[in-house]
Design a protein around this ligand. Sequence first.
Ligand SMILES: [Zn+2]
Length: 428
Amino acid sequence: MSLRKNRTFWVASWVCAAAFLCSVIPAAKAIESQTPQPSIAQIFPVASDVRVAGDNKQTRFILDLDRRIDVRAFVLGDPYRVVLDIPQVTFNLPAGTGTSGRGLIRAFRYGLVMPGGSRVVFDLTGPAKVDKAYVMDAANGQPARLVVELTAVERSAFKVTPANGDKVQLRPALADASSSETTGTTGPAKTADSRPVIVIDPGHGGVDNGTQAATGEAEKTLVLDFAKALRDRIEKGGKFRVVMTRDDDTFIPLGDRVKIARNNMAALFVSIHADALPKREGDAQGATVYTLSDRASDAEAERLAEAENKADAIAGINLTEEPAEVADILIDLTQRETRAFSNRFARTLVNEMKTVARMHKHPLKSAGFKVLKAHDVPSVLVELGYVSNKDDLQHLVSESWRSRTVGSVAQAVDAFLGKRVVSAGASK
Ligand SMILES: [Zn+2]
C-alpha cells in the first residue's frame, strides 16, 4: 500500500531532520532563536518574496524560491480555502506577509506542518477552483517561482478536491493511532523510566499562528517559549518525565495532542495558550485555567473553546475518519474520575499561579475543548493572558514573569502528583 511507502519516506526524512538538528543545535545555542540559521537555509529551499495579483474573477499567487520544489494543491470548503503542500521551506518573508491578500485570496498563512513538510493556506473570499499550480525554473535572471492560478466558480459548481490531500501525513511517530508503543519523542526511555509523565502542550504551531498581538507577537511562539521553560523547570526537579507535543514551530492536529497524552499514559496533560479579545468586546486581562465540560461555564468560555477548536481547520486538515470514542460504561466511569482529577488540579493551579501572576476575575472555567478530551488523562488548558491587553502582553514577553509563573505551575504539578510519587515509591 502506498501508505506504507509514504510512511517509510516520512520516517526517513524525520530521522534526517533529527540528525541534522542534533548536529546543529549545540553550536547554534548562543544565537538568538529568531535569527534564521544560514545552515538551515542551505538545506531547505528558501522562499524570499511573494506577490498576489488579479481580481475577484482570477487571481494569481507567486512565491519566489531559490530552487525548484514540488507542489500539490487542493481546495477545501466551509470556509473556502486552498491548501498548498510543499516540502519544508524556509520562509524568509517580511513579518505580516499574508495578513491581507488580493482578489480571491483574502489572506494567507504559511509554515511548517511537519518535519520535512511546509504548507501554505489561502483563505478565499468565495468559491474558486485551482486552474494551475506549478513551479517554474529560474530563468532570465528570474528566481524559481511557484505559481498558483485561481478562478472564481459559482457556489453550485464548487468542488472540494482533497484528491489524496484528505490523508494528511502526520509526524511519523503518530501516523499509526492504534500503536500503543507510540510516544512523543522519547520512545526508548519509556521502559527504563517509571516516573509519571507530564505532557506539556504548547498550542498551535506551524501554519497555525493562534492569536496575534497588534504588535505582531504570535501566540504559537509565546506559548512555546513558556512550555519549554516549564519543561526545563519540571525536569530539573527530577521527579517527572516530560513529553512535549511539540518543541518547535510545527503544526500538530488536536487529536494527535490527545494521542500523545494517551500513548504515554500521562499523569497530567497541560495545554498552554494565550487569548485575545476583539477590541469591540472591551478589555480583559489575566490568566484563566480551563477544564473540559459539555456545557461552557459562560459565553466567553464558549467563544474561546470554539476559537481553539478551529486549529485543524486553519491548517486545512480534514479529519473525517477520526474514530468516535467508544461509548462504553468503563470509559464513562474513567472519564468521571478523570474529570474530578482535572478539576482538582485546576484549583491547585489557580491557587499557585495567583501568588505570582495576575489572574482573570473568574480564573476557573470550563468548555468543550477538543484537546482536553483524553478520557483517562487529567487535562487542563491554561490561557496565560490576553495578547490584546497591554499589561498582559508585557508579562507574556517578559523573562522574569515567565520564570515566576513557570515556577508556580511546576509547584502545582508537584502538589498534585507528589503524593502519587511518594506512594509509588513506598510500595516497592
Ligand atoms: Zn490558543
